[in-house]
Design a protein around this ligand. Structure first.
Ligand SMILES: Nc1nc2c(ncn2[C@@H]2O[C@H](COP(=O)(O)OP(=O)(O)O)[C@@H](O)[C@H]2O)c(=O)[nH]1
Ligand SMILES: [Mg+2]
Ligand SMILES: [Zn+2]
Length: 285
């Protein structure tokens, strides 16, 4: 398991506590770019150097939309996203949060919500926002990683999982990573060589059976082109009403006798969640 680099990667070899730098051997005609979470076969040389020979088959990959309609693999073998949102500084962007949750629903990945910077926010407002998600059955934890508040509860929530921190820049992902024991310095390999910090740096910290990945700027996993019906299934509170709309192909935007719009009007769906649904749908079509 490792953090990426273009020609080299930090890997942790079983039985060793310290990661070591390994060369990536290029295999002709084959893409060879390990990502965090990959399990690799390593050849240990006599001089102590390590050569990554093979990437084991990935059970699962997280893809991010890149330029020109291509996608970029961000991580492999992840089974949980830790979706981090700051309560303030920067102000919460709930559409990012809801899109990441929708991604988890569609990909069958577990999700834990973490809200940071409670010291800058109004407690009553925070409770209202958390209630929206707790009522939907999500686990939501308010963490102050700078002071260490509730870090143990988060550790418990991700125990045994292969988790990845996601969320907008500046929300506290790296601070959480360090508070949980992940090291900031070890394993920092840029795509262009050792020692330079770039936005593509990713880090992986082994925690018991699982791991935690800190990867900068991971705020969206594009849902691609998605049908309204499929997106509605990714919003837990829309599943039931969506089955009662008059039209089978209802987009839940302006149709008559739309049970989702009725639920929204009656306060059974949070306005912010519906706004995220409409926004994601507009961007996906
Ligand atoms: N006051 C306060 N600052 C925080 C909290 N969480 C993170 N920070 C600060 O927010 C800034 C951005 O954090 P960082 O971990 O780099 O965010 P990242 O871009 O998501 O990795 C840093 O200066 C942190 O010290 C918090 O709960 N309270
Ligand atoms: Mg960071
Ligand atoms: Zn509808």
């Amino acid at each position: 398991m490792l953090a990426t680099g273009k020609n080299s990667a930090w890997i942790s070899v079983d039985g060793e506590s310290e990661p070591r730098l390994a060369q990536l051997r290029r295999m002709t005609g084959k893409r060879f770019m390990p990502v965090p979470g990959d399990v690799v076969s390593v050849l240990l040389l006599e001089d102590g150097a390590a050569v990554v020979e093979r990437i084991e088959p990935r059970a699962f990959t997280l893809e991010r939309r890149a330029a020109h309609g291509r996608s970029k693999t961000m991580a492999a073998n992840v089974d949980m996203l830790v979706v981090v949102t700051a309560l303030a500084n920067p102000a919460p962007r709930l559409v990012t949060l809801d899109q990441l949750l929708a991604f988890c629903e569609l990909q069958n990945v577990a999700a834990v919500l973490v809200f940071t910077k409670p010291d800058f926010s109004d407690p009553a407002e925070t409770e209202r926002m958390l209630d929206v998600y707790r009522e939907l059955g999500y686990r939501a934890i308010v963490v102050n990683p700078k002071r260490g508040d509730n870090v143990d509860e988060l550790r418990e929530a991700i125990r045994g999982h292969r988790a990845m921190l996601t969320g907008n820049s500046g929300v506290g992902k790296s601070t959480i990573f360090r508070a949980l024991g992940g090291q900031a310095v070890v394993g920092e390999v840029s795509r262009f060589g050792v020692g330079r910090q770039t936005t593509t740096t990713a880090r992986l910290y082994r925690m018991g059976d699982g791991f935690l990945i800190d990867s900068p700027g991971v705020n969206e996993f594009g849902l691609g082109t998605i049908e309204p019906g499929e997106l509605a299934r990714a919003f837990r509170e829309m599943r039931e009403p969506a089955q009662r709309c008059r039209f089978g192909d209802c987009t839940h935007r302006q149709e008559p006798d739309c049970a989702v719009l009725a639920a929204l009007a009656e306060g059974r769906m949070a306005a912010s969640r519906y706004a995220s649904y409409a926004r994601i749908l507009a961007e996906a079509s």
